[in-house]
Design a protein around this ligand. Structure first.
Ligand SMILES: [Zn+2]
Length: 240
């Protein structure tokens, strides 16, 4: 949320100090956008470090990730002084009791509430499918920006004494979000499990069908288009 693509922020946040910058780097459990091995951002409004990088350990080693970050920043004239280890986002319980009381966090909340872009609610680490969105009405680039499916626990407890505390499971399917109660999420999970068998049958039928697929003849296609154009012209002229 506070993270912006590096290309968008690089020019305005280009470091001026020659002593080098500190880059927070951490491994992520899920795949990165476009299944990239590494992603690097300029971090705004954070005193401790100016850049943040995440890498997918399944795709790239920590050493190679650090080397790639050094190289990318060197292109902008920035030298890395040190890497700050940040392998997983800290949970509220790891940040301590003081933090949890101050922000009203659940133990597994990974939201950084010191960031002004962080919403009031509390959220667990989001799990995602490696597969990006599959919306036929979107471009490949638009689909690559979103996972096909994602889920996280969200706890809303702002002014709890007045409005109470609510736990929800947010299930994203592409650009759409379902905000379910835990019972509804359990039902969705049961449905999803049952659906995989039916989906398997559909995929198998499609694989059998696809063995008979073939590309058309471009020459016959051209003649067909010409014939259609001719028919349209004839009908238009007759109508006059
Ligand atoms: Zn929290």
């Amino acid at each position: 949320m506070s993270k912006l693509p590096m290309t968008a922020t690089m020019s305005s946040t280009r470091p001026t100090q020659s002593s080098g910058i500190i880059v927070a780097i951490g491994a992520v459990t899920g795949p990165l956008r476009q299944d990239a091995p590494l992603d690097l951002w300029a971090t705004l409004g954070w005193d401790a470090y100016a850049y943040e990088a995440v890498y997918n350990p399944a795709r790239i080693s920590r050493a190679d990730a650090e080397a790639a970050v050094r190289e990318q920043l060197a292109e902008f004239g920035a030298q890395v002084a040190a890497f700050l280890d940040e392998d997983e986002p800290l949970t509220a319980s790891q940040r301590g009791v003081e933090w949890m009381l101050r922000w009203g966090c659940t133990p597994d909340c990974t939201a950084d509430h010191t960031d002004r872009h962080t919403p009031d609610w509390h959220t667990s680490h989001r799990v995602e499918t490696a597969l990006r969105d599959i919306d036929a009405s979107c471009s490949p680039e638009e689909n690559a920006a979103l996972p096909w499916l994602a889920a996280q626990v969200v706890v809303i407890n702002d002014k709890a004494r007045a409005y109470g505390r609510t736990t929800r499971v947010w299930i994203d399917y592409g650009a759409t979000t379902g905000e379910l109660s835990p019972a509804e999420a359990r039902q969705a999970l049961t449905e999803l499990r049952a659906f995989t068998d039916r989906l398997e049958a559909v995929v198998e039928a499609a694989e059998r069908s696809a063995t008979a697929d073939f590309s058309g003849d471009p020459e016959i296609a051209r003649l067909d288009r010409e014939a259609t154009d001719h028919r349209v012209r004839t009908i238009t002229e007759d109508a006059r």
